[in-house]
Design a protein around this ligand. Sequence first.
Ligand code: NAD
Ligand code: ZN
Length: 349
Amino acid sequence: MSEDHLSYPIVYAEWDILNNLVGDLSPSSIFVIVDENTSRDCYPLFQSKFDHAHQCIQISAGEQHKNLNTCEVVYDQLLQFGADRHSLCINLGGGVIGDLGGFCASTFMRGFDFIQIPTTVLAQVDASVGGKLGVDFQGVKNMVGLFNHPEMVFMDVDFLKTLPENELRSGYSEIIKHAIIYDHKLWQELCSTETWSDNINQAIIQWSVDIKSRVVAQDFKEGGIRKILNYGHTIGHAVETLSFDMEMPLLHGEAIAIGMICEAHIAWQFGLLELSALEGITEYVIGIYGIQAEYLQDVSKIMDLMKHDKKNKGDQILASLPTQIGDCTFDKAIDQALVEKAFLYYRNQ
Ligand SMILES: NC(=O)c1ccc[n+]([C@@H]2O[C@H](COP(=O)([O-])OP(=O)(O)OC[C@H]3O[C@@H](n4cnc5c(N)ncnc54)[C@H](O)[C@@H]3O)[C@@H](O)[C@H]2O)c1
Ligand SMILES: [Zn+2]
């Protein structure tokens, strides 16, 4: 079990602890939410280890289904299967299942208990920790949602064995992010292996989760330090959104990789970050994600998208910028001139 920075346990691969907790909760009924991929790839392992009778609810995979229509499907099934306020929901899947399943469990009959079992790297090190739940609405990500805690987050790296390599690599960028904003030692560890994929193991996942938990525990509602988790995401989100209309949309972590380099460059422009640290970040990140300069062509559209980031205040675009590897500041106002210089730097790698 991990250090307890939050009010709920985060458990790694110890299925007895999960089974015992569920026994202690003694829910009136148990629902396991899956999508077609986690039903095929993750449910067999779950079923072989989980001791309690349950009912599966399957939804369609993908961000395009993370909406209120899918919630209705889930509510409908919960009603049909006779769920009540003492039921338990187990969300077995990536961030989409976790956010949507947690939202449904928190709202159906004003909420019943739920457990997160994240099965992607991104969901393990990021989405399942921190209590943010919700769905997209009218094309805006995570527009409708709430903060709520699960009874437990349970992870097993064995689930990751079936994850496609591009999804593994995408999720890995959040691990890199955690190292850059918070932990120089983790950064050194990441850089010490021959390939990035050597770092997809329980020790590193646990380390990364611990960082996120520590940050969130200090600032649950994101009034201050929690914002450092947005490093790479001010530019990265805009680039990701723009890429949805392109031939090859970027995965979230691929866009965040671009964002991390560009925002590190902006930190350097401000004199916050030393050149050697900027170069270290650039070299490592490009070594894994390559250079995707074609996604940075339309600076004005990217600026427009950044202006609509819900983390801004007034007209200012605010970013979280690293001050050294292992430390980060937040609420720094950035403008188009800084962004253009950063893009130029990225393109010239
Ligand atoms: N709540 C938060 O704090 C938070 C933080 C970051 C991201 N998110 C959300 O997380 C979502 C993205 O999460 P994601 O990247 O996990 O996406 P996802 O849930 O869409 O999963 C990616 C794909 O992998 C499949 N999959 C999942 N586990 C698998 C496995 N073990 N083997 C094979 N295939 C598997 C899924 O079916 C899906 O097709 C976004 O909606 C984002 O908003 C939330
Ligand atoms: Zn992210």
